[in-house]
Design a protein around this ligand. Structure first.
Ligand code: ZN
Length: 158
């Protein structure tokens, strides 16, 4: 069976919200791709409703692209407790955590969901800006840790 990094994480001892490195891949030809686990909610205690998750995905796909050089993809986790982020080259966890902090702050100021039309989105009826803001606010108020096992290691924000 192939080894899946996230299956090796003990989800019962993590302390969300956090950002952690979930893997680094080198292809042997000079290309490096890094994957991050952006955990919004404590696993197995709560999950983000699909409308909020979907709306957050739309915003983060724009705002994090503006913040992080070489961002390839940000996608919701199937368990709906956070997102995976994939990026070219290796980045410090603190950079990704700070970018997430800034992106969530911007979500709180929004009045319209981007690309929420049948032409631009695969399920445009399933969005909730209200709920997306509630979860963004919750993550910001709890703080984002750069250590998945120690929530006292919050990113320093100005
Ligand atoms: Zn969509």
């Amino acid at each position: 069976m192939p080894k899946v990094e996230s299956f090796t994480l003990d989800h019962t001892i993590v302390q969300a919200p956090y950002v952690r490195v979930a893997g680094v891949e080198h292809n042997g030809k000079g290309a490096t791709v890094q994957k991050f686990d952006l955990r919004f909610l404590q696993p197995n205690t709560d999950s983000i409703p699909t409308g909020a998750l979907h709306t957050l995905e739309h915003y983060l796909s724009i705002f994090l692209r503006e913040e992080i050089e070489g961002l390839i993809d940000i996608s919701p986790m199937g368990c709906r407790t956070g997102f995976y982020l994939v990026v070219w080259e290796e980045h410090p966890v603190s950079e990704i955590a700070l970018a997430l902090h800034h992106a969530l702050q911007r979500v709180l100021e929004q009045t319209e969901v981007p690309a929420a039309t049948a032409k631009e989105c695969g399920n445009y009826k399933d969005h909730s800006l209200f709920s997306a803001k509630e979860y963004a606010r919750q993550v910001l108020s709890q703080g984002i840790s750069t250590d998945p096992f120690d929530h006292s290691r919050l990113i320093q924000v100005d």
